[in-house]
Design a protein. Structure first.
Length: 391
């Protein structure tokens, strides 16, 4: 009987994943991981660790499977949270959930699971895996979850073939209501539990307070950029990849001061909350930040041109192919479907590989392309690669 360790999080998805594996004849062990001790900036009543552990134990008891506990908070702090602080300090916006999957769940956690003699590690992610043969070697395909509202393949966009070889996604073929139905028919304690929100395993966080542990508050100006600013820009030529992908560059004199902020590194592109500037016909949105000069640039209205771009650039060493056999060489291009954030509908795009890196050009301009986030690209419903947005 093959042994599987399921990452029990105290939520309904991982609970049903454990049940289904047991039904399939695996020897199942439930393992709960603690990834965070500090509650600074965590919203009151939203530090879910104790509750989560209790629920995970209740599920293990109900399913009659062994329950293990592992503390990975040191690795999580070093590999995810320190990286977050470092990225925010540079004016970039990281995605801690993608990192948590690459560095913790499918690395440090997987290591702990393999020490227990497990052949596989399973999670409650809504995505699917398929094995094919390429050059007489097994190749693992990462496919979107069957539930279009819950597809979580994006969060796994940095996994490699080795990690996928040991991963199982037992609920990927189901829709969320079906998962809840199975849990309630089994009488699992997690059946009606709300889905967790916020940073992977930290809980809901008041981000500025959380970041102020390492990043100091620093007063600066909020500068509004008027629509006239964009009249000087001509549409770049279709083959000028660099121009298409470059963000607008602003300077203080391009706009008017409309308010003050507590630190440009606390803001991200597309953000509306926390600006505290009133008296405008439409809401203001962050369109750029200048960390060195501590300026936050804003534009009025959600259609403001500063929010939209048709392309993005990724450095050559920050692009990762889940399917290395499909990687394109310098000078080649690939028609793909892509997204720049979780839950965004897939967009038609062309990926170009050049000497200086990769460019992803969208058929339709995209809102809120943000440095530090991950762009992921698909062929049909298979996620084949991803990269860190450089600018």
């Amino acid at each position: 009987m093959e042994r599987v360790v399921v990452g029990l999080s105290g939520g309904v998805d991982s609970s049903v994943a454990a049940y289904l594996l047991k039904q399939q004849g695996y020897e199942v062990i439930g393992m709960f991981m603690k990834n965070w001790h500090d509650t600074t900036g965590v919203l009151k009543g939203d530090c879910p660790f104790d509750d989560d552990k209790q629920f995970a134990e209740m599920v293990a008891r109900k399913l009659n499977i062994p329950f293990e506990f592992v503390d990975l908070s040191d690795q999580y702090r070093q590999r995810v949270v320190d990286y977050m602080f470092s990225e925010y300090s540079k004016g970039r916006t990281p995605n801690p959930d993608v990192l948590c999957n690459r560095e913790i769940k499918f690395d440090a956690f997987m290591e702990a699971a393999l020490k227990l003699g497990a052949k596989y590690v399973a999670t409650g992610h809504y995505c699917q895996k398929e094995t094919i043969t390429v050059n007489s070697q097994p190749m693992y395909r990462l496919l979107a979850g069957a539930d279009p509202n819950k597809d979580q393949s994006y969060f796994l966009c940095q996994l490699n073939q080795q990690q996928l070889s040991k991963a199982l996604f037992p609920i990927g073929h189901l829709h969320k209501p079906e998962v809840r139905k199975i849990a309630s028919e089994l009488g699992l304690a997690t059946a009606e539990r709300k889905d967790s929100q916020g940073i992977c395993f930290v809980g809901k966080v008041d981000l500025p307070i959380f970041l102020q542990q390492k990043l100091k508050a620093k007063k600066g100006k909020i500068v509004e950029i008027p629509l006239q600013f964009y009249e000087q820009y001509q549409k770049p030529l279709a083959d000028d990849l660099k121009a298409i992908s470059a963000p607008y560059k602003y300077k203080f004199s391009d706009g008017i001061v409309v308010g003050e902020h507590q630190g440009a590194h606390f803001f991200t592109i597309g953000q509306r909350k926390g600006l505290n500037v009133g008296g405008k016909a439409e809401p203001l949105f962050v369109i750029a930040t200048d960390i060195e000069k501590n300026i936050v640039y804003v534009g009025m209205g959600k259609k403001h041109p500063g929010l939209y771009r048709s392309g993005l650039y990724m450095k050559p060493n920050e692009v990762h192919w889940i399917r290395p056999d499909l990687a394109i060489k310098v000078g080649e291009k690939l028609q793909v479907k892509a997204r720049i954030r979780y839950r965004q509908p897939l967009q038609d795009a062309i990926l170009h590989s050049t000497e200086s890196g990769y460019y992803l050009n969208f058929e339709t301009p995209q809102r809120g392309i943000t440095a530090g986030q991950f762009a992921a690209w698909y062929i049909e419903d298979e996620l084949i690669g991803s990269g860190v947005i450089a600018e």
